[in-house]
Design a binder for this molecule. Structure first.
Ligand code: NM2
Length: 519
């Protein structure tokens, strides 16, 4: 993800306010640090008990609130589609009604897509089917031929329109307030004002802003905790050394260092170019796999699984499996929705900054289609390649995923490619940059939240940004020390729940404001 201060559009009609000095809210920083420490210290001190408790928390949260996550995902999609195709869809997100969009459609779509993903898409695109193939939804027969299509289709669903709708709700809420109501918001609480009124100026607003911060911290912990072992595994393979927790820590610290140097020396533009380059590199790897792999099979299976996802969309969106209690939708769909939700306000802030001049309809349809299709492409190609490896007995990917985890499985998949050393090097390099830019952007928005007041064009203090950069690394480091997929997933599930409430408040605010302004 990549939010750069220099991309902030200057919307000249937005009211001028006197320039104040930027002041960091140290109290908020200290409280956040204390909360992080209260989670991290017990995990490090009592890892065995922590593991057990994390599993209990994950199960309880996903089982108790499954209906809420699923229905809000669906509600977000329905809300956005009805808004896009209503007369309000043509509302322009700009102070100047005749202004052309700031970025071309293609550039905008690419930026939205890149902002929404980090290293997770490569990791899960290649391996998620391996889990569903062995532990099936809808009581289907495990490890049957049919399951290849179903498993891949389920993955495409988890990165599809509902997921992108969760990203899009804050985007529309924040953009509307920013461009149409002409109020520069740097705090998430402001986008709940329509629902809560002046309550957002009191403790409730503060709670909302903390919730946002912990949403990003939890979601980033999942991304970094899962993405780092893939990068360190690839590096270890290339360097011929063994990977492990120390290598993982080094990767996280290198990412932190890249961010610190770029922030300290004002290298934002350089890092941005590097980030674009690494994304292109990732796309090139996907194209390479499509060409050197079984092209026809990959395309065919991709179409089959896309068809499966479309045909079963409603069923997958509402399935809680209350009678059979397999736990599948809780372990997967609910986890995914929580992960997307936790990132959503952060994503909303970014997409707002690049969407000036677009209509509400364009933003909604663009996010849902570019986002879903981009993710489906990764799932089809990487997943299809992995499935072929298993079907031709080259590599038992599903077994590997279940016994060794996703990071090991994806490295083994890449190792079967021609010129695998070079590919692994590219995967590691692009992964580091994608994670570093995630640190960078996340630290930036959190620094905005912990700045007392920020006028247009002003930036949070550099020390504030650096503080968040290091604070973000604490939780993933702790969770990696603990290990296991559930620990990484629990971070998102825990923070996703309260952020989901913010999404509901944002939907109410948007509806209220649009109705008031267009009565
Ligand atoms: N989402 C899109 O790790 C990543 O790729 C970040 C993950 C929320 C599932 C985004």
């Amino acid at each position: 993800m990549n939010i750069k201060t220099k991309e902030i559009p200057k919307d000249t009609e937005i009211t001028d306010t006197p320039v104040k000095t930027v002041e960091t809210n140290h109290r908020m920083q200290v409280i956040s640090l204390l909360i992080i420490a209260s989670v991290a210290i017990p995990i490090i001190a009592f890892p065995e008990a922590a593991k057990v408790n994390i599993n209990v928390v994950f199960k309880w949260m996903t089982n108790t609130f499954d209906f809420a996550f699923l229905s809000i995902g669906l509600a977000a999609l329905i809300f956005l589609l009805s808004l896009a195709f209503s007369r309000h869809g043509s509302i322009k997100l700009s102070a100047d009604k005749d202004a052309a969009p700031e970025f071309s459609k293609g550039a905008w779509g690419a930026m939205v897509f890149l902002a929404g993903i980090a290293s997770g898409l490569v990791l899960w695109g290649g391996t998620e089917w391996g889990y569903h193939y062995a532990w099936t939804p809808f009581g289907l027969e495990a490890k049957s031929l049919e399951m290849y299509t179903v498993a891949q289709g389920y993955g495409i669903f988890h990165w599809g329109p509902t997921a992108w709708a969760l990203y899009c709700v804050p985007t529309i809420a924040i953009s509307y307030i920013y461009y149409v109501r002409k109020k520069h918001i740097y705090k998430v609480s402001e986008s709940c004002r329509g629902a809560l009124g002046n309550l957002v100026d009191g403790p409730l607003g503060t709670i909302i802003n903390y919730t946002f911060i912990f949403g990003v911290l939890g979601a980033a912990a999942t991304s970094l905790g899962l993405g780092t072992p893939m990068i360190s595994g690839a590096l270890a393979e290339v360097l011929g050394v063994s990977s492990g927790i120390y290598m993982d820590m080094t990767v996280i610290l290198v990412c932190t260092a890249i961010f610190s140097v770029s922030s300290g020396l004002g290298l934002s533009q350089g890092i941005k170019r590097l980030s674009t380059f690494s994304t292109l590199l990732t796309l090139a790897i996907v194209a390479y796999i499509l060409v050197v792999g079984p092209t026809k099979f990959i395309i065919g299976l991709g179409m089959d699984s896309l068809g499966y996802a479309l045909e079963n969309y409603i069923k997958m969106s509402t399935w809680t499996d209350s009678v059979n209690k397999s736990g599948f939708p809780q372990a997967w769909t609910v986890f995914y929705w929580a992960w997307w939700v936790a990132y959503a306000p952060f994503m909303g802030m970014f997409v707002t900054r690049i969407s000036r001049g677009r209509t509400i309809r364009e933003v909604i349809t663009g996010m849902l289609t570019y986002g879903s299709l981009g993710c489906a492409l990764f799932y089809m190609v990487l997943g299809g390649y992995g499935i072929n490896l298993q079907m031709t007995d080259v590599l038992q990917v599903s077994e590997l995923v279940n016994s060794e985890g996703v990071a090991t499985a994806i490295i083994e998949i890449f190792k079967t490619l021609p010129a695998s050393g070079l590919i692994l090097l590219c995967v590691a390099a692009s992964g580091i940059v994608l994670l570093a830019t995630t640190f960078d952007s996340a630290a930036y928005v959190m620094a905005c939240t912990t700045t007392k007041e920020l006028d247009e064009g002003q930036e949070p203090e550099r020390s504030n940004r650096l503080f968040w950069c290091f604070a973000i690394a604490i939780l993933p480091l702790t969770l990696m020390f603990l290990g296991g997929l559930k620990s990484m997933q629990t971070a998102s599930v825990l923070v996703g729940l309260p952020v989901m409430a913010i999404l509901v408040l944002m939907m109410i605010t948007t509806i209220k404001y649009i109705n008031e302004d267009n009565a």
